[in-house]
Design a protein around this ligand. Structure first.
Ligand SMILES: Cc1cc2nc3c(=O)[nH]c(=O)nc-3n(C[C@H](O)[C@H](O)[C@H](O)COP(=O)(O)OP(=O)(O)OC[C@H]3O[C@@H](n4cnc5c(N)ncnc54)[C@H](O)[C@@H]3O)c2cc1C
Length: 317
C-alpha cells in the first residue's frame, strides 16, 4: 500500500510528487506521457523557465522527483480507480496498485476545430492563449478563429493589448449582433466565410476561404474547448462543475474524502473560470500534496493516540 498515489506527471503531478517525495512518503507517480502543452515549442509565464521547451521542463522535473527513492515513477495509464475502505485501488495494464491517498492531476485535452492544417500548427503558429503566446507576436497581423462570445472577447483582448491589426474569422458562423457591434467598435473586421484550410508557418500563415480568397496573418489565436483527459474523477464519484472541471475546495480536496485534484482538471468554486497555466498547476499540486501529507499525519497520530488510550496512557498529540 502506497501512502500517496499521484496520477499525471505534468506540472501539477510532478510538484505534488516532489513535495511528498521530500517528506519521505511512499509515493507512486503514474503518467501516460501526453501533457497538454506537448505541441508548443516554447513555454512562457513560468519564472526561471520563460522561453524553455516544455519537454525540458518535464524532463528536469522528473529527474528532481526521481532523486527520491521513495517515489516510484511508472509510465502507465491508470485505466480505472475505486474507493476502498482503507484507501483507493488503481487498475493498470500491469496489475493493481493501492494507496491511502490519491492526487489526480490528469489535465485537460484541447478540442480543435476541424479546419485542415490547424491541428499540425496548434502550439507553434495557432495559439490557444494570448497570455501564453501573445507577447511573441505583438504588433503583428493576427486572426482569431471562431464566432462565439469567447472568440469575440479574445479578439477584443488582443486588439486592446497586443496588436492594432486583428481580424476575426468565424468559419461560417454568424456572430450575435451585440458581439459584432463590440468588434466593429474596436475596428476589428469579421470574415464569416467558411475556411477551407490553413497553410504556411509562424509569421506567414495563409487562411484559405471557400471562395478561393486567401488572407495572410502572422499568427492565429483560437480559444479551444477542452474536456477531461481521463474519467478517473467521475469513476470515483467526484462532483463536477457544469463546465466539466472537478469541484475542489481551497486546498484542492474533491468531494470524495482522500482524493485531491490539481491543475487544469480542477476548479475552485470561487473562480468563475479555471486558471489553467503551468505555474497555477504547480501551485495546485503543492497545496494538494501538503494537505494529503497532513491528513496522513493526523490519521496516524489519531491511530497511535487511540492505541495508547486503549492501554490507559495519554494520547501523544
Ligand atoms: C499548446 C499549449 C501551450 C501552452 N503554453 C503554456 C505556457 O506557455 N504557459 C503556461 O503557463 N501554460 C501553457 N499552457 C497550459 C498548460 O499546458 C497547462 O495549464 C498545464 O500543462 C496543466 O498542467 P497539468 O499538470 O494540470 O496537466 P498536464 O500538463 O496536461 O499533465 C497531465 C498528465 O496526466 C497524464 N494522464 C492523463 N490521464 C492519465 C491516466 N489515466 N493515467 C496516467 N496518466 C494520465 C497525461 O498523459 C499528462 O502527462 C499551454 C497549453 C497548450 C494547449
Amino acid at each position: 500500500m502506497y501512502e500517496v498515489a499521484i496520477v499525471g506527471a505534468g506540472p501539477a503531478g510532478l510538484t505534488a510528487a516532489l513535495v511528498c517525495g521530500r517528506q519521505q512518503r511512499r509515493v507512486l507517480l503514474l503518467d501516460s506521457g501526453r501533457p497538454r502543452n506537448a505541441p508548443a515549442t516554447e513555454l512562457h509565464m513560468l519564472v526561471g523557465r520563460d522561453g524553455h521547451a516544455p519537454a525540458q521542463l518535464r524532463r528536469t522535473g522528473r529527474e528532481e522527483v526521481a532523486a527520491h527513492p521513495n517515489v516510484h515513477i511508472r509510465d502507465e495509464v491508470v485505466r480505472s480507480a475505486a474507493v476502498l475502505p482503507d484507501g483507493f485501488r488503481l487498475d493498470l495494464a500491469s496489475g493493481t496498485e493501492r494507496a491511502r491517498k490519491l492526487i489526480l492531476a490528469t489535465g485537460q485535452v484541447d478540442v480543435l476545430p476541424d479546419v485542415p492544417g490547424l491541428a499540425e500548427r496548434f502550439g507553434s503558429s495557432v495559439f490557444h492563449c494570448p497570455y501564453c503566446h501573445g507577447y511573441e507576436v505583438k504588433g503583428q497581423a493576427l486572426a482569431v478563429l471562431g464566432g462565439g462570445y469567447v472568440h469575440c472577447m479574445q479578439a477584443l483582448y488582443l486588439a486592446d493589448r497586443l496588436s492594432s491589426d486583428v481580424v476575426v474569422c468565424t468559419d461560417g458562423v454568424t456572430p450575435e449582433e451585440e458581439h459584432l457591434k463590440l468588434l466593429a467598435g474596436a475596428g476589428i473586421a469579421v470574415h464569416t466565410e467558411p475556411l477551407t484550410g490553413i497553410g504556411g508557418g509562424l509569421g506567414d500563415l495563409r487562411l484559405s476561404f471557400d471562395s478561393g480568397r486567401t488572407l495572410r496573418r502572422a499568427a492565429i489565436f483560437h480559444r479551444t474547448a477542452t474536456r477531461q483527459h481521463s474519467d478517473l474523477a467521475e469513476q470515483l464519484g467526484c462532483e463536477m462543475f457544469p463546465d466539466g472541471r472537478v469541484r475542489v475546495d481551497a486546498v484542492q480536496q474533491t468531494t470524495v474524502p482522500g482524493v485531491w485534484a490539481a491543475g487544469d482538471m480542477a476548479r475552485q468554486e470561487a473562480l468563475a473560470e479555471a486558471t489553467a497555466f503551468l505555474a497555477t498547476g504547480a501551485a495546485d499540486g503543492m497545496r494538494a500534496a501538503i494537505w494529503a501529507d497532513q491528513e496522513l499525519l493526523n490519521e496516524d497520530a489519531e491511530r497511535v493516540g487511540a492505541d495508547e488510550t486503549a492501554e490507559g496512557e495519554r494520547p501523544v498529540r
